[in-house]
Every structure is written in C-alpha cells, then in structure tokens.
Design a protein around this ligand. Sequence first.
Ligand code: GLN
Length: 432
Amino acid sequence: MAGTLHFEPDDRCNAFITVCEEAPYGDGRLAGVAVAVKDNISTRGIQTTCGSRILQGYVPPFDAHVVTLLRAEGAAIVGKTNMDEFGMGTTTETSGFGPTLNPADRERVPGGSSGGSAAAVAAGLVPMALGTDTGGSIRCPAAFCGIVGLKPTYGRVSRYGLVAYANSLEQIGPMTRSVEDASLLLEVISRYDPRDSTSFDRPYTHQPSTDVRGLKIGLPQEYFGEGVDPRVAEVVKDAIGRLEDLGAETVPCSIPSMAYALAAYYVICTSEASSNLARFDGVRYGPPVDARKNWHEAFREIRGANFGPEVRRRIMLGTFALSAGYYGRYYAKAQVARRNVEKDIERVLASVDIIAGPTMPTVAFRLGEKTDPLSMYLSDILTVPANLAGVPAISVPCGTVDGLPVGLQLIGRRFADEQVIDAAYAYEEAAA
Ligand code: GLN
C-alpha cells in the first residue's frame, strides 16, 4: 500500500452518494489518482446502491473487474456517484438520493444516468470517473456537463460486478476532462475477463494521435434534422469543420432504421430490466422484509416502497413486452429493428470511418422540466443507436449554446475505439 488519500469534496451538486474520506491507493499508472465510481459498479467494502433505496446499506463482498483493475494501477477509489435509479433515466432525477445538479448551471440537470460521475469531474472534485452507458448514460451527461465520455465497443470492458440493467446493451467507460485521460482510463479497464461471457480478449493499448488526414466522416441526416435544436446542430457542424481543416473528409449519409431505434431500445431495455430486477426481493439485499408476511405480500410491499416510479414503470412495461401473447408483437419485433439498426450502421461504416453528429438534441434541461416519460425517452434518440449496434462512441465538448455545453459525438466500427479516440483527440487539440 502506497498511502491514503484524504478526500473531502465540496459537493454542492450532490454528485456523490457515498464519499470515502480515507481512500487507500497503491503504486501504478494511476498511483494516488482520485477516481469516482458510478454507484452501480460493485466495490468491496463500499456501499453500492444503484441510486435506489432498495439497495441502501448494501455493501458488496467483492470488486467489479474494472475496480480490481483500477486498484491494481494504484487508483484511490474516493466515492460512489449519484445516478438515475438503476440507470433508468436521462437526468439523474430518478435517483432515490435526490437529483445531481449541473456544475455549469445548478438549476439544470447534469444529464444521466451517470450524472454524478459527470458532475464530479466537471466540478473538479476528481480528475476521472467511471460511468456506464446502456442507451447514452455516459455520453449524455458528458455532453451536458462539458466533459469527455466514452462508451467502448460492447465486450471490450468486462461487466463483471456491474449491477445489470440491460446486459445486451451496456458497457462501463471513462468520463474525464481530456481525451488523453479517457484513453489512459480505457487502457486500464479494458482487460479480458472470463467471468463475463461477453468479454473479448481485445485489450485497448493506444497512444492517441492527432493525424486525421484522409479520415472519412459520415454525417447522417437523422442527426441534424427534426427534433435537433438547430443551434446545437450549428455548433456541432462547426466542430466537424475543424476536423475537415485537419484533412478529414465529410460525406452525407443516412440511417433510415433510426425511425425505429428508440422504440426498439425501450422494449429491449425494459424487457431485460424486468428480468434483472426480479432479484431485488428484500430478502437478499437492502431493507429487510417483514418475515411474518407471506412471500407475495412481502415482495409487493418491499418493492412498492423502495423502487421509484420510473423503475416500477419499466418493470411493468418489460414484463408486458415479454408476456405470452405479446412477446412476438413487441420483444421479437424489437430484436428485428435492432438488427436493422446494426446493419444500417455497418453499411455506413463500410464506406466511412466515423459517424459524427451531436450527442444530444439539446443542451441540458432545467430541473423538473421533463415531466412526461415519453419526452424524456425522446432525448435519447442520438445515443441509443451505438448501443443497439454495440459500436464505440465518444462525446467530446465542442462549444456552447446560451453558455451551456454541447457535445460532439463520434461513432466508430466495432473494436475501432482507437480511431474514435484519435478523431476526438484531433478535434480537442485543434480547438484548444
Ligand atoms: N436514458 C436511457 C434510459 O433511460 C439510457 C440510460 C443508460 O444508458 N443507463 O434507459
């Protein structure tokens, strides 16, 4: 053990659910670096709630693979960050522990669901954090808070120890102030792990390069059209212009299946969630049930009292979509739509290297602004395609609208995380 880091953040944004005031660290490439970890990633000896009251007081007896790797490089795990309950949200407002505020404007949301990680980095409380991205949860808060966030290729980072929301879609990834740091953090966490059956033996080891000469960038019309704030689209187009100045080439393209991407995503994620969240029965984790009640009563009571409304809504939607008689109409159809999105993206990425567009259709909303679930879901439209296709995608800060951060999203081929990082690095260096 190399030492102990004393950590007492001035957390005015409610970025942390748990703070580790005395965080041990070791030797390695991250020796003594304060790293914040999203609260759905298991940390031995440190409470892990997933932003849910149902897991309050749960202390995992083991570390997630990524946490083992962080510790092996000497990092100090200084706390667990706030998040939408089980990752279900786009603003961090569904957290059972109060919303996180956006450091750029504390009347606005930081984005979600990794809003605590983004706010902790953006407010300068930590230099780097881990988030998770099922449908945009790393990239959205990165864009809204003005930091870098990367969703790696599906399978590049082990999900062992990540409390599952929608397994087939999610990845753990870096949230940092610079692309170089995101690259370093990915290098640390991207290691094959036999405990995750979807883990690939394709470790990321890469030194970012700013050379984008000859890089072909596809601009899908769907990323600049209806539903996207034209001022956001302008800022992003200017940023892409910088890459052209550096020798990249842009071509228009289209992802027609995007018309179905959001619907497919919400059927698949709720279906997987309804199955994954069945384990929270009040017996094995969290607040104890009244053992005198029969199982049905106790199950209903503990889940009714400790799951928030968004989680309950999604469990019901998912259970419905998977039920006999409706399975073919919803779940099976959603899988077809998912495959079509994957095929469209593969087709586009056969003729270009990178797909570029805004990360989010707007800048950060005001707290409480999105009241109906559908309008909230709609704001995920530009991020879910990368999850459905399993491809890497990064959000890099590229300017502001009304003083609020805008993110440039760069999407690449499977296992071309290196190319995505290079394009983001080239932009970042040129804009500096
Ligand atoms: N906003 C999306 C959802 O609510 C994405 C969340 C995530 O990536 N965890 O499902």
